[in-house]
Design a protein around this ligand. Structure first.
Ligand code: SF4
Length: 332
Protein backbone atom coordinates (compact mmCIF):
# COMPACT_ATOMS: atom_id res chain seq x y z
CA UNK A 1 0.00 0.00 0.00
CA UNK A 2 1.25 3.50 -0.89
CA UNK A 3 2.47 5.79 1.93
CA UNK A 4 -0.17 8.35 3.08
CA UNK A 5 0.68 11.72 1.52
CA UNK A 6 -2.15 13.81 2.97
CA UNK A 7 -5.85 13.81 3.79
CA UNK A 8 -8.62 14.84 1.42
CA UNK A 9 -12.40 15.05 1.70
CA UNK A 10 -14.46 13.78 -1.21
CA UNK A 11 -18.14 14.03 -2.01
CA UNK A 12 -19.48 10.54 -2.54
CA UNK A 13 -22.88 10.11 -4.21
CA UNK A 14 -23.14 6.34 -4.54
CA UNK A 15 -22.56 6.68 -8.29
CA UNK A 16 -19.64 5.65 -10.49
CA UNK A 17 -17.73 8.91 -10.96
CA UNK A 18 -17.32 9.90 -7.33
CA UNK A 19 -16.34 6.33 -6.43
CA UNK A 20 -13.65 6.40 -9.13
CA UNK A 21 -12.36 9.79 -8.03
CA UNK A 22 -11.93 8.43 -4.50
CA UNK A 23 -10.30 5.20 -5.73
CA UNK A 24 -7.85 7.06 -7.96
CA UNK A 25 -6.71 9.35 -5.14
CA UNK A 26 -6.51 6.49 -2.67
CA UNK A 27 -4.25 4.76 -5.16
CA UNK A 28 -1.90 7.74 -4.91
CA UNK A 29 -1.63 7.36 -1.15
CA UNK A 30 -4.15 10.04 -0.22
CA UNK A 31 -6.15 9.36 2.95
CA UNK A 32 -9.69 9.83 1.68
CA UNK A 33 -12.62 10.85 3.89
CA UNK A 34 -15.99 10.63 2.18
CA UNK A 35 -18.96 12.91 2.72
CA UNK A 36 -22.49 12.20 1.61
CA UNK A 37 -25.09 14.98 1.65
CA UNK A 38 -28.41 13.30 2.34
CA UNK A 39 -31.53 14.84 0.89
CA UNK A 40 -34.64 14.34 3.03
CA UNK A 41 -36.78 12.99 0.18
CA UNK A 42 -34.21 10.34 -0.69
CA UNK A 43 -32.27 9.91 -3.85
CA UNK A 44 -31.86 6.99 -6.23
CA UNK A 45 -28.27 6.36 -5.19
CA UNK A 46 -28.39 7.07 -1.47
CA UNK A 47 -28.85 3.39 -0.65
CA UNK A 48 -25.57 2.67 -2.42
CA UNK A 49 -23.27 5.16 -0.81
CA UNK A 50 -22.46 3.08 2.27
CA UNK A 51 -21.66 0.04 0.13
CA UNK A 52 -19.33 2.17 -2.03
CA UNK A 53 -17.54 3.63 1.01
CA UNK A 54 -17.15 0.16 2.45
CA UNK A 55 -15.76 -1.24 -0.78
CA UNK A 56 -13.30 1.64 -1.05
CA UNK A 57 -12.37 1.26 2.62
CA UNK A 58 -12.95 4.94 3.40
CA UNK A 59 -14.76 6.49 6.38
CA UNK A 60 -18.09 8.09 5.51
CA UNK A 61 -19.71 11.12 7.10
CA UNK A 62 -23.39 11.71 6.32
CA UNK A 63 -24.53 15.33 6.47
CA UNK A 64 -28.25 16.06 6.33
CA UNK A 65 -29.32 18.80 4.00
CA UNK A 66 -29.96 21.95 6.05
CA UNK A 67 -32.94 24.30 6.10
CA UNK A 68 -30.73 26.86 4.30
CA UNK A 69 -31.09 24.70 1.17
CA UNK A 70 -34.71 25.91 0.92
CA UNK A 71 -33.39 29.37 0.08
CA UNK A 72 -31.48 27.85 -2.84
CA UNK A 73 -34.68 26.24 -4.06
CA UNK A 74 -36.56 29.52 -3.74
CA UNK A 75 -34.00 31.61 -5.47
CA UNK A 76 -30.99 29.85 -7.02
CA UNK A 77 -28.35 32.37 -8.10
CA UNK A 78 -27.42 30.28 -11.12
CA UNK A 79 -30.89 29.15 -12.08
CA UNK A 80 -32.60 25.81 -12.56
CA UNK A 81 -31.86 22.95 -14.91
CA UNK A 82 -34.58 21.27 -16.95
CA UNK A 83 -36.83 20.77 -13.90
CA UNK A 84 -36.50 22.17 -10.34
CA UNK A 85 -32.83 21.21 -10.05
CA UNK A 86 -30.58 24.13 -9.10
CA UNK A 87 -27.48 22.09 -9.94
CA UNK A 88 -24.80 24.79 -9.88
CA UNK A 89 -25.97 26.27 -6.58
CA UNK A 90 -26.41 22.75 -5.25
CA UNK A 91 -22.82 21.82 -6.13
CA UNK A 92 -21.57 24.98 -4.44
CA UNK A 93 -23.64 24.15 -1.37
CA UNK A 94 -22.34 20.59 -1.17
CA UNK A 95 -18.73 21.57 -1.72
CA UNK A 96 -19.02 24.16 1.03
CA UNK A 97 -20.28 21.43 3.37
CA UNK A 98 -17.34 19.24 2.39
CA UNK A 99 -14.99 22.21 2.85
CA UNK A 100 -16.26 22.65 6.42
CA UNK A 101 -15.38 19.02 7.10
CA UNK A 102 -11.99 19.48 5.42
CA UNK A 103 -11.19 22.27 7.88
CA UNK A 104 -12.46 20.23 10.81
CA UNK A 105 -10.15 17.36 9.89
CA UNK A 106 -7.23 19.55 8.90
CA UNK A 107 -7.30 17.94 5.46
CA UNK A 108 -5.60 19.51 2.44
CA UNK A 109 -8.31 19.62 -0.20
CA UNK A 110 -11.80 18.66 -1.35
CA UNK A 111 -12.50 16.55 -4.41
CA UNK A 112 -15.54 15.55 -6.44
CA UNK A 113 -16.30 13.09 -9.22
CA UNK A 114 -17.33 15.81 -11.67
CA UNK A 115 -16.45 15.10 -15.29
CA UNK A 116 -15.99 17.94 -17.74
CA UNK A 117 -18.79 17.98 -20.32
CA UNK A 118 -20.78 15.17 -18.80
CA UNK A 119 -23.81 17.26 -17.85
CA UNK A 120 -25.06 20.16 -19.93
CA UNK A 121 -25.64 22.56 -17.04
CA UNK A 122 -23.36 21.87 -14.13
CA UNK A 123 -20.34 20.29 -15.76
CA UNK A 124 -19.53 22.74 -18.52
CA UNK A 125 -16.10 24.33 -18.24
CA UNK A 126 -17.52 27.68 -17.11
CA UNK A 127 -19.81 25.99 -14.58
CA UNK A 128 -16.89 24.10 -13.04
CA UNK A 129 -14.94 27.35 -12.81
CA UNK A 130 -17.92 29.16 -11.30
CA UNK A 131 -18.43 26.46 -8.66
CA UNK A 132 -14.75 26.62 -7.75
CA UNK A 133 -14.88 30.40 -7.38
CA UNK A 134 -18.02 30.34 -5.24
CA UNK A 135 -17.09 27.38 -3.05
CA UNK A 136 -14.66 29.50 -1.02
CA UNK A 137 -11.63 27.17 -1.12
CA UNK A 138 -9.47 28.66 -3.87
CA UNK A 139 -7.04 26.12 -5.33
CA UNK A 140 -8.28 23.38 -3.03
CA UNK A 141 -11.03 21.86 -5.15
CA UNK A 142 -9.78 18.96 -7.26
CA UNK A 143 -11.76 17.07 -9.91
CA UNK A 144 -9.42 14.11 -10.34
CA UNK A 145 -11.23 12.59 -13.33
CA UNK A 146 -10.96 15.74 -15.46
CA UNK A 147 -8.00 17.49 -13.83
CA UNK A 148 -5.99 17.31 -17.05
CA UNK A 149 -8.37 19.84 -18.65
CA UNK A 150 -8.44 22.22 -15.70
CA UNK A 151 -5.97 24.57 -14.01
CA UNK A 152 -3.62 22.70 -11.64
CA UNK A 153 -4.86 22.91 -8.06
CA UNK A 154 -2.66 23.50 -4.98
CA UNK A 155 -2.31 19.79 -4.08
CA UNK A 156 -1.14 19.13 -7.64
CA UNK A 157 1.29 22.07 -7.55
CA UNK A 158 2.63 20.95 -4.19
CA UNK A 159 3.17 17.39 -5.45
CA UNK A 160 0.63 15.88 -3.06
CA UNK A 161 -1.30 14.60 -6.06
CA UNK A 162 0.53 13.37 -9.16
CA UNK A 163 -1.37 15.10 -11.98
CA UNK A 164 0.32 12.98 -14.64
CA UNK A 165 -1.25 9.81 -13.18
CA UNK A 166 -4.81 11.14 -13.11
CA UNK A 167 -7.15 9.94 -15.86
CA UNK A 168 -8.13 12.55 -18.43
CA UNK A 169 -11.86 11.92 -18.79
CA UNK A 170 -14.35 14.23 -20.46
CA UNK A 171 -17.70 14.00 -22.22
CA UNK A 172 -20.89 12.04 -21.80
CA UNK A 173 -19.72 8.52 -22.62
CA UNK A 174 -18.99 6.40 -19.57
CA UNK A 175 -16.91 3.80 -21.38
CA UNK A 176 -13.60 5.03 -19.96
CA UNK A 177 -15.08 5.09 -16.46
CA UNK A 178 -16.34 1.52 -16.75
CA UNK A 179 -12.91 0.35 -17.94
CA UNK A 180 -11.24 2.20 -15.08
CA UNK A 181 -13.73 0.74 -12.57
CA UNK A 182 -12.84 -2.77 -13.78
CA UNK A 183 -9.14 -2.04 -13.41
CA UNK A 184 -9.55 -0.58 -9.93
CA UNK A 185 -12.01 -3.24 -8.73
CA UNK A 186 -14.79 -0.70 -8.08
CA UNK A 187 -18.12 -2.52 -8.38
CA UNK A 188 -20.64 -1.31 -5.77
CA UNK A 189 -21.73 1.91 -7.47
CA UNK A 190 -25.33 2.58 -8.59
CA UNK A 191 -26.07 2.66 -12.30
CA UNK A 192 -26.49 6.12 -13.84
CA UNK A 193 -29.98 7.65 -13.94
CA UNK A 194 -32.87 7.49 -11.50
CA UNK A 195 -31.12 9.97 -9.25
CA UNK A 196 -32.18 13.26 -7.80
CA UNK A 197 -35.91 13.89 -7.45
CA UNK A 198 -35.40 17.60 -8.16
CA UNK A 199 -34.74 16.65 -11.77
CA UNK A 200 -38.29 15.27 -12.01
CA UNK A 201 -40.90 17.80 -13.04
CA UNK A 202 -43.78 16.43 -10.96
CA UNK A 203 -41.66 16.54 -7.80
CA UNK A 204 -40.50 20.06 -8.61
CA UNK A 205 -44.13 21.15 -8.89
CA UNK A 206 -44.83 19.87 -5.38
CA UNK A 207 -41.77 21.56 -3.86
CA UNK A 208 -42.72 24.79 -5.60
CA UNK A 209 -46.24 24.45 -4.28
CA UNK A 210 -45.15 24.18 -0.63
CA UNK A 211 -42.38 26.79 -0.94
CA UNK A 212 -44.83 29.34 -2.31
CA UNK A 213 -46.84 28.87 0.89
CA UNK A 214 -43.98 29.44 3.32
CA UNK A 215 -42.29 26.11 4.12
CA UNK A 216 -39.36 26.70 6.53
CA UNK A 217 -38.05 23.26 7.37
CA UNK A 218 -36.39 21.01 4.83
CA UNK A 219 -37.48 17.95 6.79
CA UNK A 220 -41.08 18.95 6.20
CA UNK A 221 -40.54 18.33 2.48
CA UNK A 222 -39.57 14.68 2.97
CA UNK A 223 -43.13 13.45 2.30
CA UNK A 224 -43.29 15.19 -1.08
CA UNK A 225 -41.46 12.39 -2.84
CA UNK A 226 -44.24 9.96 -1.98
CA UNK A 227 -47.66 9.07 -3.30
CA UNK A 228 -50.24 11.23 -5.05
CA UNK A 229 -50.28 14.86 -3.97
CA UNK A 230 -53.51 16.87 -3.68
CA UNK A 231 -53.73 20.57 -2.85
CA UNK A 232 -57.13 20.98 -1.19
CA UNK A 233 -56.89 24.67 -0.32
CA UNK A 234 -54.36 27.44 0.45
CA UNK A 235 -53.34 25.82 3.74
CA UNK A 236 -53.90 22.14 3.14
CA UNK A 237 -52.45 19.29 1.15
CA UNK A 238 -53.06 15.56 1.28
CA UNK A 239 -50.75 12.80 0.10
CA UNK A 240 -52.13 9.34 -0.62
CA UNK A 241 -49.74 6.36 -0.65
CA UNK A 242 -49.64 4.16 -3.75
CA UNK A 243 -48.36 0.96 -2.18
CA UNK A 244 -47.39 -0.51 1.17
CA UNK A 245 -43.88 0.92 0.99
CA UNK A 246 -45.25 4.44 0.53
CA UNK A 247 -47.92 3.87 3.19
CA UNK A 248 -45.21 2.97 5.69
CA UNK A 249 -42.98 5.88 4.64
CA UNK A 250 -45.79 8.40 4.90
CA UNK A 251 -46.18 7.39 8.53
CA UNK A 252 -42.48 7.56 9.27
CA UNK A 253 -41.91 10.89 7.44
CA UNK A 254 -44.96 12.61 9.02
CA UNK A 255 -44.08 15.62 11.16
CA UNK A 256 -45.75 16.74 14.36
CA UNK A 257 -49.29 17.96 13.67
CA UNK A 258 -49.84 15.96 10.46
CA UNK A 259 -53.03 13.90 10.43
CA UNK A 260 -52.81 10.31 9.15
CA UNK A 261 -55.70 8.30 7.74
CA UNK A 262 -56.24 4.60 7.20
CA UNK A 263 -59.32 2.50 6.79
CA UNK A 264 -59.75 -0.37 9.21
CA UNK A 265 -62.81 -1.88 7.53
CA UNK A 266 -61.65 -2.09 3.89
CA UNK A 267 -58.26 -2.37 2.18
CA UNK A 268 -57.04 1.07 1.19
CA UNK A 269 -54.07 3.44 1.26
CA UNK A 270 -52.66 5.59 4.04
CA UNK A 271 -53.17 9.33 3.56
CA UNK A 272 -51.41 12.24 5.23
CA UNK A 273 -53.04 15.64 5.69
CA UNK A 274 -51.03 18.75 6.52
CA UNK A 275 -52.76 22.06 7.14
CA UNK A 276 -56.36 22.82 8.03
CA UNK A 277 -57.99 20.03 10.05
CA UNK A 278 -61.58 21.28 9.88
CA UNK A 279 -64.38 18.70 9.67
CA UNK A 280 -64.63 19.43 5.94
CA UNK A 281 -60.97 18.79 5.07
CA UNK A 282 -60.82 15.71 7.31
CA UNK A 283 -63.82 14.30 5.44
CA UNK A 284 -62.18 15.17 2.10
CA UNK A 285 -58.95 13.40 3.09
CA UNK A 286 -60.98 10.36 4.21
CA UNK A 287 -62.79 10.63 0.86
CA UNK A 288 -59.43 10.41 -0.94
CA UNK A 289 -58.66 7.21 0.97
CA UNK A 290 -61.97 5.70 -0.14
CA UNK A 291 -61.55 7.05 -3.70
CA UNK A 292 -58.23 5.18 -3.99
CA UNK A 293 -59.68 1.89 -2.80
CA UNK A 294 -62.07 -0.65 -4.26
CA UNK A 295 -64.92 1.27 -2.60
CA UNK A 296 -64.67 4.15 -5.09
CA UNK A 297 -68.20 5.24 -6.03
CA UNK A 298 -69.78 3.32 -3.12
CA UNK A 299 -71.71 5.02 -0.28
CA UNK A 300 -69.40 6.96 2.10
CA UNK A 301 -67.31 4.67 4.29
CA UNK A 302 -65.66 5.32 7.62
CA UNK A 303 -61.93 5.96 7.86
CA UNK A 304 -59.82 6.17 11.02
CA UNK A 305 -57.53 9.16 11.55
CA UNK A 306 -55.03 10.22 14.18
CA UNK A 307 -52.70 13.12 14.69
CA UNK A 308 -49.01 12.33 14.38
CA UNK A 309 -47.22 12.96 17.66
CA UNK A 310 -46.62 11.45 21.07
CA UNK A 311 -50.33 11.27 22.02
CA UNK A 312 -52.38 9.93 19.16
CA UNK A 313 -56.06 9.67 19.87
CA UNK A 314 -57.79 7.85 17.02
CA UNK A 315 -61.13 8.96 15.69
CA UNK A 316 -63.45 7.93 12.91
CA UNK A 317 -64.35 10.22 10.02
CA UNK A 318 -67.02 9.69 7.42
CA UNK A 319 -65.54 10.02 3.95
CA UNK A 320 -66.79 12.80 1.69
CA UNK A 321 -68.21 11.67 -1.67
CA UNK A 322 -65.73 12.80 -4.30
CA UNK A 323 -66.23 13.12 -8.03
CA UNK A 324 -63.45 12.50 -10.58
CA UNK A 325 -63.32 16.21 -11.56
CA UNK A 326 -62.86 17.34 -7.97
CA UNK A 327 -60.09 14.82 -7.27
CA UNK A 328 -58.35 15.67 -10.53
CA UNK A 329 -58.62 19.38 -9.84
CA UNK A 330 -56.71 18.94 -6.59
CA UNK A 331 -53.98 16.77 -8.08
CA UNK A 332 -50.48 18.23 -8.55
S1 SF4 B 1 -28.97 16.61 -9.71
FE1 SF4 B 1 -29.92 17.16 -7.73
S2 SF4 B 1 -28.39 16.58 -6.19
FE2 SF4 B 1 -27.33 16.67 -8.16
S3 SF4 B 1 -26.53 18.76 -8.27
FE3 SF4 B 1 -28.51 18.78 -9.32
S4 SF4 B 1 -29.97 19.39 -7.73
FE4 SF4 B 1 -28.10 18.75 -6.66
Amino acid sequence: MAKVRCQAVGLLSGGLDSALAAAVLKGQGIEVHAVFIEMPWGCGKSGRVRAVAEELGVPLKVILLGDDYLEILRNPRFGFGSAFNPCIDCHIYMIRQAAGYMRELGAEFVFTGEVLGQRPMSQRFQALQCVEKEAGIPGRLLRPLSAAFLEPTLPEQQGLVDRSRLPAIEGRSRKVQYDLARRLGVTSFAQPGGGCLLTEKHFGARIKDVLSRGCEYIQATAVLGLGRYFRLDERTFVIVGRDERENAKLQSYAVSGDVLFRSETFPGPVALLRGDDSAETLAQAAGLVQYHSKLRGQPPAEVVCWRNGPVSERRTVQAAELAYEQVNGWLI
